[in-house]
Design a protein around this ligand. Sequence first.
Ligand code: ZN
Length: 350
Amino acid sequence: MKIKNSIVWMVTFVMLVALIIESKAAEYETMEDTNTYKYPVTAEDAKWNSFESVEEKIEACRIERDILKAMSNEQLVQAVLDFPFLYDVFVTSSFEEGVKVFEKISDAYAELLSRDSAKDAMYDMLLQMKEKSSIKLSAENEVKMDALAILLVFQKEFQNDMTEKELCEIAEISSLLQIAKTDDLQNLRYIEAVPTTPNGHSVVYTTPTCSHASSTYHAEIDANLVSTYGVTLISNGSCKYNCHSYAWHSQSTGNIYWIDNPSIYMTDGSYTRVVNGFSTSSLSAVPGDRVIYGSLYGLSHSAMITSSVTGAPLATRTVKSKWGKAGVFSHSVCNVPSVYDTSDVSAWHR
Ligand SMILES: [Zn+2]
């Protein structure tokens, strides 16, 4: 049954691609002469490391309004794909959350969203990339196609616009969205809880799978984040467990539990808050204490303190944390993707 389905999908897909290529052939010929937008500075330039904060790096990647308005849809989609923070879409526990923040940091994506044809432009590009990589798929292409797929499927603006056929095509192309389709959405299971808080309360979790066409899929994402953020990789990325599971449940690379909401660890009294606020002295936080980004009801990220006790602000302490589906990194509390809410940060002690 499964094989039969795959064949049906493959045939549908090939037919669809053939149709699109035929109808778009003229357009793509002229596209070849078109210049792509070049960001003035990227993580590959020496200057990148001289920026003092993530905000400065994001500012350096802003595109002037006049230029944005003059760019074609295709150039905008390409600028989204070339955006140094593209891989930020992988670092959240929920894709919806990541896409919402991506809109704020990527001018090219925001400009696309203001145009009627945004969805079609992105979808066409995805099919083009799939077609180009049908012979040999590099990890970079697989990851970038997934990023584009996430920016399509989890964009609220597109939700009423997207046909079921398009969604199925995208799920077929993307290894991540297949996971979402089969494990997260349809078979979302609340199995008898294995992770429990120190005070004995069950924690809700899922057990997603992790399989990609390219064996270096996660290495591609992790290497990009290391150079974009200047962080140190501790262990490789995986789709199986997330930041909350890493910080509160287990730091083992064999962890298989994805925990969307770890607030029970705090609300059941297992942990108590010892530092509240980004710029507050962190004198009372010791190594092993957990750091959370966001309020108890809107937690965006969890980390674990590794640096020794000083009176320095919490923002400057070193932590280790897993960035969504990406790897576990060592970094300072303030050096994180903009999707992690640094306006409300606190440290918790057992
Ligand atoms: Zn994976």
